[in-house]
Design a protein around this ligand. Structure first.
Ligand SMILES: [Zn+2]
Ligand SMILES: [Zn+2]
Length: 359
């Protein structure tokens, strides 16, 4: 064997906010229930930018540091991972070499109340790939158990299109599930970028609710209309509160899914909620909200935070994707040594759709 078979390349964050470094690491050897995946596609997600910068925006513009949340550097980012099975631990069943799989990255420690009911994405001590453990900006990634792999088959589900399902797609699907929509509901989707568009496709396919899509960009709104929004509202050109109140016979929206989740967007959301409405907050833009406390009980609002989705949700989502209900749009492809460039482009708003790294 040559040296290369023991070493793999990874694009790593060594220090926050500094250029990513290509490092040679020992290729992990799977034991027990572990599986080594040869990464073919690793999606570039906004969370990767936050992990790279080292913070999220908190109250009053105060940074929420990733290290305070348990992230350790150096770290190989990348949590939207699709590839082929390379080698298997001796206890792995049901998978074989070269099978095409999507990796569930939201791995928990397994014993907390959330993990016990299959909500590992909300684990008290998360071990998510690409955030707390090394992820997919690498030639190989070690998955701690084969149960986190979902087969994507040999049909038209290629790894580039599949990878974004494990975060972008799953976040959209988890939010739609949390909104718990019925066919007579009016739902407002705030923000019609990648996640918003996928949520529109999913709301249409699985709930039958009437969709009001809201954004400040007419081009994105036209795409939203094409993907199934019943009505579009440009909240820069018209008053979003007046628009939703009028569109719902003065009742207000039964649910709002906010993929922006900034102070300004949520302040508006709060003004067009129907009694009993659900407000699902998804985006990581950040900021703060002043809340009328009397309105909470008297109007019985439910404010729900939604973070990615469960392994079961991802299994369901892959089925929906196989049937063409949802299809992430991959717009930019990068090589591993362009990972830093990919993060910078995403940060600068230069990637419309999804960027994918092909190591
Ligand atoms: Zn847990
Ligand atoms: Zn993500």
């Amino acid at each position: 064997m040559s040296l290369n078979e023991y070493h793999m390349k990874a694009a790593r964050i060594v220090n926050v906010n500094e250029p990513l470094q290509i490092q040679e690491l020992q290729t992990p050897k799977p034991k027990g229930s572990q599986v080594l995946i040869k990464v073919q596609s690793s999606g570039v997600c906004h969370s990767d930018v936050h992990v790279w910068e080292g913070y999220y925006e908190g109250i009053g513009g105060q940074p929420l540091k990733t290290t305070d949340r348990g992230v350790k550097y150096p770290l190989t980012p990348g949590h939207e991972i699709a590839g082929i099975v390379d080698s298997l631990g001796e206890q792995v069943e049901g998978f074989s070499k070269n099978e095409k799989v999507l990796v569930y990255p939201w791995i928990g420690e397994g014993m907390c109340p959330a993990c016990r009911i299959g909500e590992e994405n909300l684990c008290d001590k998360p071990r998510s790939l690409g955030i707390y453990n090394d992820g997919g900006y690498a030639e190989y990634v070690l998955v701690p158990n084969y149960k986190y792999l979902v087969k994507i088959g040999d049909d038209d589900m290629d790894t580039d299109i599949s990878a974004p399902l494990s975060c972008a797609g799953l976040t959209a699907y988890g939010a739609v599930k949390n909104a718990n929509l019925t066919p007579d509901d009016n739902v407002v989707i705030v923000g019609t970028g990648g996640l918003g568009l996928m949520s529109i496709q999913l709301v249409r396919a699985v709930t039958g609710a009437r969709i009001i899509a809201m954004d400040i960009d007419d081009k994105k709104l036209q795409v939203a209309k094409k993907e199934g929004a019943d009505i579009i509202v440009n909240s820069k050109k018209e008053d979003p509160i007046k628009a939703v109140i009028e569109l719902t016979d003065k009742l207000g929206a039964d649910a709002v899914i906010d993929f922006v989740n900034a102070t300004k967007s949520v302040e508006a959301d709060m003004q067009f909620l129907r009694r009993r409405a659900k407000l699902v907050l998804v985006g990581l833009f950040g900021g703060e909200l002043r809340l009328s406390l009397v309105n909470m009980p008297t109007r019985a609002y439910k404010i729900i935070g939604s973070y990615t989705g469960s392994l079961q949700d991802m299994v369901e989502l892959v089925s929906l994707a196989k049937r063409g209900v949802i299809r992430p749009v991959v717009s930019n492809r990068f090589k591993l040594d362009q990972a830093g460039e990919a993060l910078q482009m995403l940060k600068d708003g230069k990637i419309i759709g999804r960027g994918v790294i092909n190591p």
